[in-house]
Design a protein around this ligand. Structure first.
Ligand SMILES: Cc1ncc(COP(=O)(O)O)c(C=O)c1O
Length: 500
């Protein structure tokens, strides 16, 4: 029979204790275990007064000796202080042994607690918690920026990784180079010079953990709290949060069909220290910055003594029109800090990217980088160097380009077939996603569609969510690069059903 505390009128901190006469464990031991558990789990905090043994015995319907015996043992082991009769409390100073036991116990961590409730968190941490509320799940359709994985030569990649680690020279193992593995920086510098029209030397290339770390590094080197920064509106939220974390005062600058509106930047914040842009393929709208605008922004940076962050995140995928070379190649005043990534061509979990730094800033970048992680992890850099130097990188890009162009067409056909009258899709000359406009006559709202789609396990970011200024546009940002034709067709059908 289980004797619960039937008549516990007092607000006893031991309300949950039970004495089970049917159990094999002696009653005294049951009481000891449960009080100890309550102390270790924090249910009974240090200093809490325990009920008198007489009352507890009566509540549990056990003899007083049973409770006295349990309390004696709790006392002997340091869990409680004071003597029966004169008031017993949970020990204020827990013995070392007790703390170790507490660590071993799996006390559930309330990881969903709103950050604002936790004490002593920085504002950056609180706002990051709020921004990262929706972590991406395993769903792929239509998450923007995901590459195709079916064509990646994993066998060859595995061989390159194995080969680079078979007989590594000792000096390579003891201390990495601050800027990254030199042969990789050489092959990146050759690739950027030949394909993207950059003017750079391997000494200017710093290897980072993806483009995101490069953005963070730039913010640390350039920005003091309160400094003004031009940011494209709409734009990449990952960059916005990094700049905010550095204390930047963000000035939202609209984007039109020629790219960021430099004249508006000049009007709103001529004294900004940095302009962060995606000139080759504006994120997310997809426009390419015109030559006139490129010259305008370079001129502003020179006269304002400001820097330009050029994020060239998916420049490899251009399907039509002339290839647009990087802004960095046009810059004669060493004002452009160029960022690239292997996440889009290879795969995001590789976490390898780079920043090409103007020579006058090199010493500052290296010094700040040292305070973050000394130097980048060596593990995959030698394999990536061989992958590029032996021509596999270029041939992989060529294959992907053909595939993505086809997938984009499949997406447009599917949208026309299943969602005509609600979604308007036009071919894009570059990239891995389409910006699909909502037909104004259908009266739908992009945030609502995005929320509905999330419930149906489709990732469909609302175009309006990329905007931060006064004006925004309605639409959906749909990635297609990482999806098979079948997945695209099925996904669009499901999305169209949601819109009905
Ligand atoms: C515009 C843009 N810049 C930078 C990044 C960061 O890329 P990485 O995965 O190399 O950190 C992304 C990632 O999606 C992006 O979309």
């Amino acid at each position: 029979m289980t004797a619960r505390m039937a008549t516990r009128s007092t607000k006893s901190p031991l309300q949950s204790i039970i004495a089970d006469r049917a159990a094999q464990k002696p009653l005294q031991e049951q009481v000891f275990d449960q009080v100890r558990e309550a102390i270790l789990s924090g249910q009974l905090s240090p200093g809490t007064r325990l009920p008198a043994t007489r009352i507890l015995a009566s509540d549990l319907n056990v003899s007083r000796n049973t409770i006295l015996g349990a309390f004696e043992r709790l006392h002997a082991e340091g869990y409680i202080e004071g003597r029966a009769g004169s008031g017993t409390r949970v020990s204020n100073i827990l013995p070392e042994e007790l703390l170790q036991t507490r660590n071993r116990l799996q006390v559930p961590i309330e990881n969903t607690a709103p950050a604002g409730k936790l004490s002593r968190l920085s504002q950056v941490s609180i706002s990051s918690n709020q921004q990262n509320r929706h972590r991406p799940g395993p769903e792929r359709a239509f998450r923007p920026g995901l590459p195709d994985l079916s064509l990646f030569p994993f066998q060859l990649w595995g061989q390159l990784v194995a080969k680079s680690w078979r007989n590594p020279p000792t000096e390579m193992l003891l201390a990495g180079e601050m800027a990254g593995y030199l042969p990789l920086r050489q092959s990146i510098s050759n690739y950027l010079g030949a394909v993207r029209g950059l003017h750079c030397t391997p000494a200017q290339v710093l290897i980072t953990s993806g483009a995101q770390q490069a953005l963070d590094l730039i913010a640390r080197v350039i920005i003091d709290p309160g400094d003004k920064v031009w940011l494209e509106d709409p734009g990449y939220q990952g960059l916005r949060s990094t700049l905010q974390a550095a204390g930047a005062k963000i000035i939202d600058i609209p984007v039109d069909e020629d790219g960021i509106c430099v004249d508006q930047g000049r009007k709103k914040a001529p004294d900004a220290v940095l302009a962060a842009i995606t000139p080759s393929h504006q994120y997310p709208l997809g426009v390419t910055m015109s030559l006139t605008r490129r010259l305008e922004i370079l001129d502003w940076a020179k006269t304002a003594n400001a820097w330009i962050l050029e994020d060239d995140y998916d420049s490899e995928f251009r399907y039509a029109g002339k290839p647009h070379l990087a802004l960095q190649g046009l810059d004669q005043s060493q004002r452009v800090i160029y960022v690239g990534t292997f996440s889009k061509v290879l795969f995001p979990a590789l976490r390898l990217g780079y920043v090409v730094v103007p020579t006058p800033l090199l010493a500052s970048f290296t010094a700040v980088r040292t305070s973050i992680d000394d130097y980048p992890a060596l593990a995959l850099q030698p394999a990536l160097h061989r992958f590029i130097a032996d021509g596999h990188f270029a041939s992989h890009i060529r294959k992907l380009r053909k595939l993505y162009e086809k997938r984009q067409q499949t997406m447009i056909n599917a949208l026309q077939l299943y969602a005509a009258g609600r979604l308007i899709a036009a071919p894009a000359q570059a990239g891995m996603h389409l910006v699909v406009r909502l037909d104004p006559s259908c009266g739908l709202n992009d945030e609502q569609i995005s929320n509905q789609a999330e419930k149906a396990k489709l990732i469909v970011p609302a175009l309006s969510s990329f905007y931060n200024g006064k004006h925004s546009s309605q639409g959906l940002v749909l990635g297609y690069a990482g999806l098979s034709e079948q997945e695209i067709n099925l996904g669009v059908k499901r999305l169209a059903r949601l819109l009905e």
